[in-house]
Design a protein around this ligand. Structure first.
Ligand SMILES: *[C@@H]1O[C@H](CO)[C@@H](O)[C@H](O)[C@H]1NC(C)=O
Ligand SMILES: *[C@@H]1O[C@H](CO)[C@@H](O)[C@H](O)[C@H]1NC(C)=O
Ligand SMILES: *[C@@H]1O[C@H](CO)[C@@H](O)[C@H](O)[C@H]1NC(C)=O
Ligand SMILES: *[C@@H]1O[C@H](CO)[C@@H](O)[C@H](O)[C@H]1NC(C)=O
Length: 307
């Protein structure tokens, strides 16, 4: 006779799908059997008649990446930066749940607001501020009221036109004429006498004072003002007496240590002298003046009786 005592012990079967890797694991189950002979327990043998496990694997589902589905809404702006909406979808196939694994949680679609910029908006040009007034030239007089031309400019760069925007309208350059040096000349410019002033910065210019106004004048090209001689003289150091091809002047033409000598026949002209000989060609007095040998400068005709 056999006494069979059997026990099926299934201790626990746990399964865990919360982890990324899903698995079931069961602890061992055993059936114990004890078989004994009729006479005495000492002959009992004990053995395990069954021994099993119950592990199995499963797989949780995973989302695929989003893909855009359907069409976007139109851009909210026709130029410049606007917005539009698109729809994105995903599926629980990466991987699909398997063998009791967890299905994906959450929504399978979402919407996104996108920036859209079909084309830049036109930018109309706008003027910059005008520059400060600048003079074209010095005042026309040094005293006694003269005029001065001035200009100022602006550019279409505030901003510059772009993307089909309009250009600026109006002028980019403005001129004006203002009065200058309006103070009276007073004793500087006595009536009925011609006096001269040199220009403070430009030796190619001088001021001639007449009837209470000291007007600006330019020396002829290649000459500079000499305030001692009261005339414009050649700028370069005179060449050593060049051979004179025209009719030689009279012996006394440049004598007496003269620096300037009157032209023998033309009152408005004079010569430069060096070492008793004339240098270069005849030079002309400015507007309407004649050469005065006694003052060694150009002067009004009524101050030069010999003319
Ligand atoms: C042009 O620029 C001036 C100076 O910056 C500004 O005052 C003015 O509003 C601008 N005009 C336009 C149309 O942008
Ligand atoms: C401004 O004056 C200058 C010099 O006199 C001249 O060349 C220019 O044409 C003038 N411009 C205007 C817009 O009057
Ligand atoms: C010079 O002439 C002006 C007008 O031609 C006259 O007003 C002024 O008094 C005169 N000056 C002298 C010092 O004669
Ligand atoms: C002007 O002329 C005088 C007399 O000839 C001379 O002594 C002087 O050096 C000259 N001045 C200039 C700046 O040329």
């Amino acid at each position: 006779m056999r006494l069979v005592i059997g026990a099926l012990v299934v201790i626990a079967c746990l399964y865990d799908v919360s982890a990324d890797v899903c698995s079931y694991s069961c602890l061992k189950s055993r059936r114990y059997s004890t078989s004994c002979g009729w006479f005495g327990w000492s002959r009992c043998t004990r053995y395990s008649s069954y021994r099993g496990t119950c592990t199995r694997t499963c797989r949780n589902g995973g989302w695929s990446s989003y893909t855009e589905t359907g069409s976007r809404t139109p851009c909210s702006a026709t130029c410049g930066t606007g917005t539009q909406i698109r729809t994105l979808s995903r599926s629980c196939t990466n991987p699909s749940p398997y063998n009791g694994g967890r299905v994906c949680s959450g929504s399978s679609s979402k919407v996104e607001v996108m920036e859209c910029n079909p084309q830049p908006c036109p930018i109309n040009g706008n003027w910059s501020d005008f520059t400060e007034w600048e003079e074209y030239d010095d005042c026309t007089v040094i005293c006694g009221t003269g005029t001065m031309d001035q200009w100022r400019s602006r550019t279409c760069t505030n901003p510059s036109p772009a993307f089909g925007g309009s250009d600026c309208t109006g002028v980019s350059l403005e001129n004006r004429t203002i009065e200058c040096n309006t103070e009276l000349c007073g004793e500087k410019c006595p009536n009925d006498t011609v006096t001269y002033f040199d220009h403070p910065e430009n030796n190619r210019r001088y001021y001639q004072c007449d009837n209470n106004v000291a007007r600006r004048h330019d020396c002829a090209p290649g000459t500079v003002w000499n305030n001692t001689q009261h005339t414009c003289i050649h700028e370069a150091i005179p060449m050593p007496a060049a051979p004179v091809h025209s009719t030689p002047p009279p012996d006394d033409f440049c004598s007496n240590g003269r620096i300037l000598a009157a032209h023998p026949t033309d009152c408005s002209k004079y010569y430069m002298c060096s070492n008793g000989r004339r240098v270069g060609n005849a030079m002309s007095c400015p507007g309407g003046l004649v050469f005065s040998q006694s003052r060694s400068s150009c002067d009004f005709p009524y101050n030069v009786p010999e003319c």
